[in-house]
Ligand binder design. Sequence first.
Ligand code: NAI
Length: 306
Amino acid sequence: MERIDGAVAFITGGASGMGLGMARVFSRAGMRVVIADIRQEAIDVALAQFPPDNAGVLGVQLDVADRAAYVRAADAAEARFGKIHILVNNAGVGIVGPLLTATYADWDWGLAVNLGGVINGIQTILPRIRRHGEPGHIVTTASMSGIFAAGLAGIYTTAKYAVVGLMESLRPELEPLAIGVSAFCPGLVDTNIGDVEKLRPSEYRDSTYTNVSLERAAFMREKIFPHGMAPLEVGERVLQGILRNDMWILTHSEYREGAEQRFEAILASFPTDPAPLARVGAEAMVVRNPMFVRERERRMAQRAAT
Ligand code: NAI
């Protein structure tokens, strides 16, 4: 999207942290924004950060894991603004703990929100973007945990890898429809994600993670997250990524080495003998993806121009 003035952005997890940062930046840039969040009280606090007469902001309560509720939230957004142009699949829970002690409740909750919520967003909102035919964009907040695994966060990492794969798969399908697609992969950002256990629904309470997470929450809030990037800066970077239609919106240069180590290790794991398909003369079936080559060239040209 090259013009975003007047466009409508539907932001899940929009009442806190980087979702709210994006909502504020997008609104200042002339967009209308829908703040969709599971917590009505947080929506109320968030709305107070916008000018009192700001008719361009709508709060809707939504659990992204609830498909029927998602349809109602999208209906409410369209009833207010007519169209949705930008979907930001940002709602997420920072479920952290060793896989060795994970319960099914941990898996079900972590995947229902961090992966299922993204799928539900695409299934609900994408047909509505297509219907009006104007340019659009889908951004999903993954994480550096969607680029390389680190720390005891296996469930989180599983979901974040999945949504990066989802965005890379969706992008070429939507390119001819003038709908951009980005995987947003931030590093540490100063948000409330450390208070994750407060959000755990009762049906997922069978967990060994809960007590440890609750004990760590104050430490994370006071000592770790304040070192993270500010949500408003994140919002600016995501806006720039939408305007440029970047495939990956990356915000933290300090994680480059970790990514490099993973990519290099994968490349070093390929066998060096001729591929079986090439051996039988079926080179055309060897899988490549020119989309990545084009994106690399585009980003290198951008870098050279700045
Ligand atoms: P946050 O906790 O400040 O904001 C997340 C918002 O999502 C909250 O307002 C929460 O109520 C909402 N939410 C949670 N479950 C929901 C559900 N089922 N339906 C609708 N809304 C729901 O945290 P933050 O950091 O702003 O999180 C946003 C995204 O950023 C998440 O996807 C997270 O995984 C990701 N992320 C966060 C990083 C960080 O350092 N804070 C780093 C990398 C990625």
